[in-house]
Design a protein around this ligand. Structure first.
Ligand SMILES: [Fe+2]
Length: 292
């Protein structure tokens, strides 16, 4: 009855032209947009996984979490209800997102969460990356991961751990911030939470490529396109992801990585005092720490 994976993300921005260039020419996502008001991008056999809509937020506007089937979704809703979180069925939104059944609610910081099952699979149309990315690591592990800011870490933990069924991977002290890393499948973390007085929801999202060299090609692309590299190439302490960070047109970052650790049956929780074994050096103008 737990969330199975991070299925899709919605971003709101006023910089749609810059986002299109960022997603296609840099990230290598496949543009499958059908209107000027909303861009949609594919990264695998799912009909879409990232949406960028016109709006004022310059932030994450919704998160889609996949559940295995209708029975699991009903059980998950019942548990959320028992904790005081009320979800609403939205058939119109389900049709728009291309899923069989969808229920929406907001998390403790007001972020729209969409719980669904039955995403549209378009395997008959091959995924082709415009930059030649061989493939993104998705499938059972889902989209990638997101790191969210929160005003109240205890409330946020209650929602994601007790409500949605995420489990603790590890914790990290980064300067004044405590960051907790949570998993819902074998990906080391699908979600991380950091308490900070920041107005936006999203610190960064992570895309994982299947081939080591695709990280290097993307790094070259970012430099060619003058995209700000907000953390240099490095390797994280906890999930051992080899990655770099690049600023999106909305101001938050994308972590572009390869080779993250996976969670096995004998996983034990650890605590870290540093985000990286090496690298991930920040531009002096961009702040001093990056939650993994
Ligand atoms: Fe990350």
């Amino acid at each position: 009855m737990n969330v199975r994976s991070l299925g899709y993300l919605g971003v709101q921005s006023n910089k749609l032209d810059a986002w299109r260039q960022y997603c296609t020419d840099f990230l290598g996502l496949m543009d499958v947009s059908s209107s000027d008001a909303e861009q949609r991008y594919r990264m695998d056999n799912q009909a879409w996984r990232l949406s960028v809509c016109k709006g004022e937020q310059e932030d994450l506007s919704y998160v889609g979490f996949e559940v295995s089937n209708g029975e699991s979704l009903a059980e998950l809703r019942a548990r959320l209800e028992s904790l005081g979180y009320h979800a609403q069925r939205d058939d119109e939104l389900a049709a728009d997102r291309g899923v069989i059944e969808l229920w929406r609610l907001t998390d403790p910081d007001g972020l729209q969460i969409e719980l669904y099952h039955g995403a549209t699979d378009v395997s008959e149309c091959r995924f082709v990356s415009p930059t030649g990315v061989k493939g993104f690591v998705t499938a059972e592990e889902g989209f990638g991961h997101i790191v969210l800011y929160t005003k109240d870490i205890e409330l946020k933990k209650r929602f994601y751990l007790d409500g949605l069924g995420f489990r603790l991977s590890d914790t990290m002290t980064l300067g004044p911030a405590e960051v907790i890393f949570l998993h819902c499948n074998t990906r080391h973390h699908t979600l991380a939470l950091a308490e900070a007085p920041v107005e936006r929801h999203l610190n960064h999202l992570m895309l994982q490529v299947a081939e080591f060299n695709d990280v290097g090609y993307a790094l070259d692309k970012a430099m060619e396109m003058d995209i700000p590299i907000t953390a240099s190439l490095g390797c994280h302490t906890n999930d051992r992801m080899l990655s770099f960070y690049a600023q999106t047109p909305s101001g938050f970052d994308v972590e572009f990585g390869f080779g993250g650790a996976t969670i096995g049956p004998n996983w034990s929780v650890a605590h870290y005092n540093s985000a990286s074994l090496w690298g991930h050096k920040r531009d002096a103008l961009m702040g001093s720490t990056t939650p993994d």
